[in-house]
Design a protein around this ligand. Structure first.
Ligand code: BEZ
Length: 236
């Protein structure tokens, strides 16, 4: 007889990031409470000592300064144990040279999760892909501990780090200026303003009486200078 598929609660955008305590390569952490006041990217990888994960860790560590400039901390996780994590990160530092990156030291915490407790809590175990490894999940969490973006990648696909930096930048810009960001937005591009609250405002916009450009009554953009955006997203 077939058993019922287990119902697993997956965290969702707009919800509080599930809380947990864990052992990491940088000591114990209480997540997300310990990171309150900062943005944080919690990400999982399938396994230590695997090539795609190695390329990702080297890239994350190399870009850590750029995430720091956005006040965004990094926290990794896999269902391997602490000694495996330590040995793998040491191998990366001592032996791996890849795409101009060498001597790469991973300074952000890497969670050990041999019981898969955290991985299950965050929906990182997706049995159709693997029941023994976490998929490549990314949770972007804001300074209040709210999940703002979730990405899932399969085992074979390394993440795009420009996109991760773009996501944090765009979320911070949207918050700072109360706007939305259109497709492929980058700092300096026009942003989308919220819909007009009245017919009068909509008419003014359509008549071009402000710095807004309206493609129709529901789709208006305005410029924000790149320097202004970069200054805002570098604030806490
Ligand atoms: C990798 O990181 O290379 C990898 C990990 C698990 C399955 C496939 C690839």
């Amino acid at each position: 007889m077939e058993t019922n598929p287990q119902v697993i609660a997956m965290p969702r955008i707009g919800e509080k990031a599930p809380s947990f305590k864990a052992v990491t390569t940088q000591g114990e952490i209480q997540f997300p409470e310990q990171f309150a006041g900062n943005w944080v990217i919690l990400f999982s990888h399938p396994a230590d000592f695997t090539p795609v994960c190695t390329s990702e860790f080297m890239t994350f560590a190399t870009l850590e300064k750029q995430f720091e400039e956005l006040h965004c901390k990094l926290v990794g996780l896999s269902v391997d144990g602490l000694y495996s994590h330590i040995a793998w990160l040491r191998t990366i530092k001592d032996k791996i040279e890849y795409k101009g990156m060498k001597n790469v030291e991973v300074k952000f915490p890497l969670i050990e999760d041999i019981t898969m407790e955290v991985a299950h809590k965050y929906g990182m175990i997706q049995p159709g892909e693997s029941s023994t490894k976490a998929v490549r999940a990314v949770f972007v969490i804001d300074p209040k501990g709210i999940i703002r973006t979730i990405l899932y990648y399969p085992l074979s696909l390394g993440r795009n780090f420009d996109e991760l930096l773009r996501i944090v930048t765009a979320l911070k810009a949207a918050d700072a200026f109360s706007v939305a960001t259109p497709a492929d937005w980058r700092p300096g591009d026009e942003v989308i303003v919220p819909p007009a609250g009245s017919c009068g405002v909509a008419k003014e916009r359509m008549e071009g009486k402000s710095d807004m450009k309206c493609y129709d009554w529901f789709f208006c953009t305005k410029p924000i200078a790149k320097e202004q955006v970069l200054a805002a997203v570098k604030k806490k």
